[in-house]
Design a protein around this ligand. Sequence first.
Ligand code: AMP
Length: 422
Amino acid sequence: MTTFARLGLNDTLQSNIKSLGYKKPTPIQEKSIGAVLSGTDTYAIAPTGTGKTAAYLLPILQELSQVDNSAEQVRPIRALFLVPTRELAQQVEESIALYGKGLNLRTITIFGGVRMQSQMNRFKRGTDILVATPKRLIDMLKQKAISLSEIKHFVMDEADRLVSMGIHDELKNILAAMPEKVQKVLFSATDSKALNKFNQDHLTRVKLVKGGSIQPALDKIHHTMYRCYRDDKTAHLVNLLTMLNSDKVLIFADTKRDVNFLTKTLNEQGFVTTGIHNEVSQKRRQERLTGFKQGEFQCLVATDIVSRGIDITNLYYVINYDLPVNNNDYIHRVGRTARTKVNKLESKKVLTDKAEKQAMSKSIVNKSFNPYSDPDQQIKVTNSQGHIFSLVCPEQERLVPLIIKAVGKDIILERTPWKLDK
Ligand code: AMP
């Protein structure tokens, strides 16, 4: 059996991993830790939720900790982790704190939505590690607030998203600000043409690693698509939530208007719900996400800003209020379920008055429906690690074949098993 010790990780990292309850490396960790430790450029494709973050953090933390920097007053940035969203940046920072405990490494995280001056002040003592979203990093570089001239390791997480953000020139400028010999490590859940082109242009002698195809993870997820009219979607959503009777459901909507509307409506219907979109302040976004993870909210309604890389343990149900236009986004939304479960956050069950509230609410639900009453479905569902429901209106039906192709298995567009009281 491959162990973390065999992969060459030092004692401190091994003990940190052990205290998190990780018994052995996941397949992507098994393949990439050695590659990254060898110093080669690495392109890793791995399904979401397979331990990608540790796969790139552990070897790089080890490399960084080998330099004795205890005497240095102002530390130069030696590793840069570029990520597409603020939430992911914060999550990577949290993972660095966990995996890198006792290594005496400093980390600074920068992203938009927070005053730049306050972030600049933090660089006075320098940092070993910088975690950044692209726009804020570029602004800081323009202001000459930071220097990337001593960078040794450059990681792009959710790299397919980063290269499709329309920031090609900015990425080039970021790369140009680093020494040519920097080690480049790209992690992505999905492969794309744009990413391959980027790799050809910027990486040398790349080691390609795959943590298994995306298929096995998707196989563990049950997909249900309901045909319905756009105007009826909210009523169908309330039916579905009532029948699922779960205290953790993630709902994706396309626009911030819908996020606000659904959050309000679901609360009125007795579901303790919060919402996230990109106009919610960073502080609130974090509070709401943490609240949802810890069980303070039964439902989180969000746009695709939470569809990538965010780790929510024990999430079984995801609902697409709208189908995503980009089928890769469907895969990422699906990836929020079926996460490797180790750091189980105890669900606080603050929803004690939920049943009461729901009973009092003016419900439009046909109470006799049980989504799992079909024995065949029951079997499939008990074997699955997640269940994703999509409400598909006629305008969105054209997206279904594309999603079926991306998922690699047939999904039937069904009639809802309940009738709406109109
Ligand atoms: P990630 O794909 O990085 O978002 O990780 C998904 C989840 O897997 C996180 O909750 C990690 O704590 C957990 N995890 C990472 N590596 C391992 C491992 N070797 N064994 C068990 N759980 C792990």
